[in-house]
Design a protein around this ligand. Structure first.
Ligand code: SAH
Length: 237
């Protein structure tokens, strides 16, 4: 009787998995490190369950450069090339929580970088639009998000102009330090929406500012936290 091919194929796959024990061990180590990272974020006061759950699930080690893999879950920013960084996990959590993210919310991100922040928002179920100034980073983030199964639109453009034909956004998150709050972003925020943005000079003081857009064009801004981000640049490259 003719043998079916599938069982033999399965045997080969099982043999491969059994013979490469390091693979499973590494995955388990990353998971442990990720849980410890979220414990630390919780200890620092982040409470939003959607944010914490997303950060327990999104594999941050997939978003860092290979040479920094062992530090993927430390509470610090890491270089991602082109002079840019993936933000510190606590800051990602803090900024995400401030947006009060919910499934179905339309969120605009300025500064895609590695795509990690976009993945956290996509995991929560937000509809994510993300803008990146550096073409190579936009391309690699788009590929990475696709490969890992996160749905986010990534555009190579200057975020100062926002996403003009994107309608209005429930929330906007800017992950590079701006010299001022870009008027286009305020315009594209819906009434009742929230924007979180680091504002300040490159080498001096920067503050994370929460902008709340109320009725009649009334804007309320609040300083939340002193921070240090890479600068928001002008002119795509
Ligand atoms: N959110 C990212 C980290 C952002 S680092 C992550 O999760 O990995 C800041 C990013 O903003 C960099 O990738 C930088 O290239 C980008 N950037 C700087 N100025 C910008 C601008 N005007 N428009 C869009 N992106 C910008």
């Amino acid at each position: 009787m003719k043998q079916r091919a599938t069982p033999r194929f399965l045997l080969l796959v099982s043999a491969f998995v059994v013979c490469t024990p390091g693979w499973g061990q590494e995955a388990a180590r990353f998971t442990r490190q990720r849980m410890a990272m979220v414990d630390l974020i919780t200890a620092h006061g982040v409470r939003d369950s959607a944010t914490l759950d997303a950060m327990r699930k999104v594999p941050r080690h997939e978003f860092v450069a290979p040479e920094t893999l062992t530090r993927a879950y430390g509470d610090h920013p890491l270089p991602i090339g082109y002079g840019q960084t993936i933000s510190q996990p606590y800051i990602v959590a803090f900024m995400t929580e401030v947006l009060r993210p919910k499934p179905g919310m339309r969120v605009l991100e300025v500064g895609t970088g590695s795509g990690y922040q976009a993945a956290v928002l996509a995991h929560i179920g937000c509809e994510v639009f993300s803008i990146e100034l550096i073409g190579a980073l936009a391309t690699s983030a788009r590929d990475r998000l696709d490969r890992l199964g996160y749905t986010a639109e990534v555009r190579h453009a200057d975020g100062h102009h926002g996403w003009p034909e994107g309608g209005s956004f429930d929330a906007i998150i800017v992950t590079a330090a701006a010299g001022y709050i870009p008027p286009a972003l305020v315009e594209q925020l819906r009434t009742g929406g929230r924007m979180i943005i680091p504002v300040g000079s490159v080498y001096g003081v920067q503050n994370l500012i929460l902008v709340e857009k109320r009725g009649d064009g009334d804007l309320r801004t609040r300083n939340l936290l002193p921070v240090r981000f890479v600068p928001m640049l002008s002119g795509i490259r």
